[in-house]
Design a protein around this ligand. Structure first.
Ligand SMILES: C[S@@+](CC[C@H](N)C(=O)[O-])C[C@H]1O[C@@H](n2cnc3c(N)ncnc32)[C@H](O)[C@@H]1O
Length: 332
């Protein structure tokens, strides 16, 4: 379904149910290892809880990335230049965005997110800080090539993808996403698009697991909110009090996984379909892949982006990488 600008918006059935959400949940819970794509963690409540996570002591990525954004403004200005349309993928609260926008004098800002109400509220708040800047929020799934508003079509683009959101995808999907970003950012007039992307780094297992299982239980609430959302939006009766949040480092895939674990055997129904979980069985709800210098470069190159410059915070926990769309050539 499209809005009047031809932009993708949420596809709902006659009862107002988001069809893609229902399909992902039902298919995901029918698998042997139950799994639901992480994007569904972000309804309004989930988006707000994610903002709360960024402030807990153990969650270092936001502080580390903000430190880089604050310190490197002059280099951004030099390498990126003025007059680009900045397209932020998964913009959320857009809290880090002002640091970038004030450094580079962009021509327009296009925040793109799947959580529409949160997106529009954040875009309005940002507009007050940058009164002269054209802002065009786009509610869309960034996994698909997205048509941008006509007003910015011909402008050279900078994609901004902070927060290591790329780490939420398995490598194959991350490559698809990088390619579709490249297509979304293509300008009619041919200036190569740039991408400024945050990628969290591999580090001590204890630090990583604590970052996704804070002592105050905010991340646990974020994870459990998914079960509450399913109950609310998909006519479910999951006994949420029987589920436990779990964060575990998976060394084989270099990622922290979030799961919802059944503390006892449970049965429930969603949209009329029955499901059961044995005690100890889990629903896998999120991956946060962590990168090395080499793995981040390999992923970007596979997605059609050539790394140009890489910065790390003072404690070397997080990287921000500027990449340029790789010129397409026939061979070799
Ligand atoms: C980890 S948060 C990052 C938020 C913010 N960019 C930051 O750096 O703090 C991920 C954001 O991506 C959005 N998101 C997740 N999956 C998405 C998808 N498939 N399409 C569009 N936005 C998505 C979420 O709604 C959320 O705002």
């Amino acid at each position: 379904m499209k809005n009047e600008q031809g932009m993708a918006i949420v596809d709902r059935d006659e009862d107002g149910v988001d069809r893609a959400f229902r399909k992902d949940v039902l298919n995901g819970l029918r698998q042997r290892q139950k799994a639901i794509p992480a994007r569904w963690l972000y309804d309004d409540a989930g988006s707000q809880l994610f903002e709360d996570i960024t402030e807990v002591e153990e969650y270092y990525p936001t502080r580390a990335e903000t430190e880089i954004l604050k310190a490197r403004g002059e280099e951004f200005a030099e390498l990126i230049g003025e007059g680009r349309a900045v397209v932020e993928f998964g913009s959320g609260s857009s809290v880090k965005t002002p640091l970038l926008l004030s450094a580079i004098e962009p021509a327009a800002y296009i925040p793109l997110d799947i959580a529409g109400d949160f997106l529009r509220a954040s875009a309005a708040a940002l507009g007050e800080k940058f009164p002269g800047l054209p802002i065009h929020p786009v509610e869309a799934d960034f996994m698909r090539e997205t048509p941008l508003p006509d007003a910015v079509k011909t402008m050279p683009k900078l994609g901004f993808f902070p927060g290591s959101t790329i780490g939420n995808m398995v490598p194959r999907t991350a490559v698809d996403l990088l390619r579709s970003m490249r297509a979304t950012l293509r300008a009619d007039e041919g200036t190569a698009p740039l991408l400024l992307i945050g990628m969290d780094l591999v580090k001590d297992r204890d630090v990583l697991e604590a970052a996704y299982d804070d002592a105050k239980g905010v991340t646990a609430e974020f994870n459990l909110n998914l079960a509450r959302r399913i109950n609310r939006e998909l006519d479910g009766d999951i006994p949420v009090d029987a589920l436990r949040h779990e964060a575990r480092w998976n060394n084989k895939f270099a990622r922290v996984e979030m799961h919802l674990e059944a503390a006892r055997a449970i049965d429930f129904s969603i949209c009329g379909e029955r499901f059961s979980m044995a005690k100890g069985e889990t629903i896998h709800t999120e991956n946060s892949h962590k990168f090395t210098r080499r793995s981040s470069a390999t992923l970007l190159l596979a997605g059609g982006w050539t790394p140009v410059k890489r910065w790390r915070d003072s404690e070397k926990r997080f990287s921000l990488i500027l990449a340029e769309a790789t010129e397409q050539r026939e061979a070799p």
